[in-house]
Design a protein around this ligand. Structure first.
Ligand SMILES: C[S@@+](CC[C@H](N)C(=O)[O-])C[C@H]1O[C@@H](n2cnc3c(N)ncnc32)[C@H](O)[C@@H]1O
Length: 224
């Protein structure tokens, strides 16, 4: 886990993510993204320590080279694009309700995400399933009983029930040696209890959390 954490906090991760964000369609009304990384690197130099969902996914994809990736909560395809750019042949399975104007940015849906993935060089298969993941994911997995994932991101419904249900549905399909990425723990502190109960208390996982202020990411590796 220390290796994955070091990779997620590396300059290489930040450089990759900055380059990737520059290739994606800019979010309306948001001038953050790569500017934040560059500002912090310039201001704090070698002392800066940072990880987020994008650098964590770069680290996981670079270290384990997934062939199958599940993402709950795709939005505009930013995090899927990290995985797709690092592993162009990886099969990507995304689930989203496409809630309009999510987090202050438009949420255009599957065709837009397909375009973003192509723009970063992803060439593998893409399945984007629309609807509430609490229903669509178990239905999809029932139809694909042999499908297991090397890498899973849970970043959709942020309610306790939504997160707990997504964990319960997705985790049985995480391969041994696979990586789980969970966004926004510090932003919604009550979700820490779900992470504690489902991941930290379960000896089949080793985990790592990075947070500063309201931002942060949590990562787990399935050992058994
Ligand atoms: C935080 S965004 C995902 C961001 C994305 N992972 C990224 O890093 O670019 C959350 C997404 O989850 C979706 N969402 C919210 N509730 C959902 C639900 N019950 N089922 C499926 N998707 C949901 C929203 O439509 C939104 O697009």
């Amino acid at each position: 886990m220390a290796t994955l954490a070091a990779a997620a906090m590396s300059d290489e991760a930040v450089d990759f993510v900055c380059g990737l964000l520059a290739r994606l369609t800019p979010r309306e009304g948001s001038a953050t993204g790569q500017y934040f990384y560059r500002w912090a690197q310039a201001k704090f130099g070698k002392y800066w320590r940072h990880a987020d969902i994008l650098t964590a996914l770069w680290a996981a994809a670079t270290l384990i080279r997934p062939t199958s990736y599940l993402e709950i909560g795709v939005h505009r395809g930013r995090s899927a694009a990290v995985v797709g750019a690092v592993c162009p042949q990886c099969a990507i399975y995304g689930f989203d309700l496409w809630i309009p104007e999510y987090g202050g940015a438009s949420n255009p849906g599957p065709a837009f995400v397909q375009g973003e993935l192509r723009a970063v060089g992803h060439r593998g298969s893409v399945a984007l399933v629309s609807g509430d993941s609490r229903k669509t994911l178990p239905a999809f997995l029932r139809q694909h009983p042999d499908l297991y994932f090397d890498l899973i991101t849970i970043d959709g419904d942020k309610s306790v029930l939504g997160v707990a249900t997504d964990f319960a549905n997705a985790l049985p399909r995480l391969k041994v040696g696979g990586v789980l990425v969970f966004d926004d723990l510090p932003a919604v502190p009550v979700l820490g209890r779900v992470w504690q109960r489902v991941i930290r208390r379960d000896r089949r996982y080793v985990s790592w959390e990075f947070g500063h202020g309201q931002l942060g990411v949590a990562v787990a590796v399935r050992l058994g």
